[in-house]
Design a protein around this ligand. Structure first.
Ligand SMILES: NC(=O)c1ccc[n+]([C@@H]2O[C@H](COP(=O)([O-])OP(=O)(O)OC[C@H]3O[C@@H](n4cnc5c(N)ncnc54)[C@H](O)[C@@H]3O)[C@@H](O)[C@H]2O)c1
Length: 263
């Protein structure tokens, strides 16, 4: 297990899915975690689950598309725990649409959550990350959730690919910009992982492929390792990038995809 003792981490979209699993894992590794999300009931439940196991956690409402919401959420976390060492820009949305069917409003909605959300989180957390990084042995860490969709293309997922490709290269540019502040910035690139978002991907494809089972079989075959991923596969990677064990990594892409993009 990576050591997160003494670290304070903010996780956007942490009410469920990969963000919630990451919050639980980081807390188990010694971090205090702040969970921001739109889903207040699920977010409170995730934080309470961590607290009930003896961990430090706070849930705060967050809409990643709104700058004032980020400011209030980060302030709530900093007021509670005293600063920030780690930011996980995890909140994201997915939809499937061909370019011919997609409206400009659809495109902008994808940008608002998956790109504006990452920029606003980074901008809002940065002063707090800088302040703690200056005194920490290794410094601070930002982890951005990209995807294999940030590396390869799939038909009719174009807006999602655009957003995850943007996250991938924004990560590298931030890594250069923030290196003097001792803040590392890396992206993580999951294959298909069993979450609500994965269920949505399967449902949206099943119309074209006949059934959910046909889609699931196709996805199992797409991962040479022979299965769809589990949230802990990704939480392990994010926690590694957040910990001092990845001290010499910045601007890199951690691909956790069961071999999908190796083909
Ligand atoms: N599950 C996968 O297969 C997969 C693969 C590659 C990348 N990803 C990425 O990982 C991240 C997490 O995905 P997941 O599978 O856990 O999805 P999920 O849908 O289960 O969880 C996403 C979370 O983000 C929150 N969210 C959405 N819009 C928000 C907003 N405007 N403000 C605040 N929170 C918001 C949701 O409420 C939800 O709690 C996403 O960025 C996703 O694109 C997922």
């Amino acid at each position: 297990m990576n050591n997160m003792d003494g670290k304070i981490a903010f996780i956007s979209g942490g009410a469920r899915g990969l963000g919630a699993e990451t919050a639980r894992m980081m807390a188990a590794c010694g971090a205090r975690v702040i969970i921001g999300d739109l889903l207040d009931d699920a977010g409170h439940a995730t934080a309470e689950g961590i607290i009930n196991k003896g961990g430090g956690a706070l849930y705060t409402h967050l809409d990643v598309t709104a700058e004032e919401s980020w400011q209030a959420a980060v302030k709530a976390g900093v007021d509670k725990f005293g600063g920030l060492d780690v930011l996980v820009n995890n909140a994201g949305i997915f939809f499937m649409k061909s370019t011919e069917d997609m409206t400009l409003a659809d495109w902008r909605r994808m940008c608002a959550v998956n790109l504006d959300g990452v920029f606003l989180g980074t901008k809002t957390a940065l002063p707090h990350l800088k302040a703690r990084a200056a005194k920490a042995p290794v410094g601070g860490s930002i982890i951005n959730l990209s995807s294999i969709a940030g590396i390869i293309g799939i038909a009719n997922f174009t807006a999602y690919h655009m957003s995850k490709g943007g996250v991938r290269i924004y990560t590298k540019a931030c890594a250069i910009e923030f290196a003097p502040y001792r803040i590392r910035v890396n992206s993580i690139h999951p294959g298909l992982i069993e979450t609500d978002m994965a269920k949505q991907v399967v449902t949206e494809l099943s119309g074209a492929m006949g059934s959910d089972n046909a889609v699931r079989d196709m996805f199992v075959q797409s991962h040479p390792i022979g299965r769809i991923g589990e949230p802990k596969d990704i939480a392990n990677g994010i926690t590694f990038l957040a910990s001092d064990d990845s001290a010499f990594m910045t601007g890199s892409e951690l691909v956790v995809d069961g071999g999908w993009t190796a083909q």
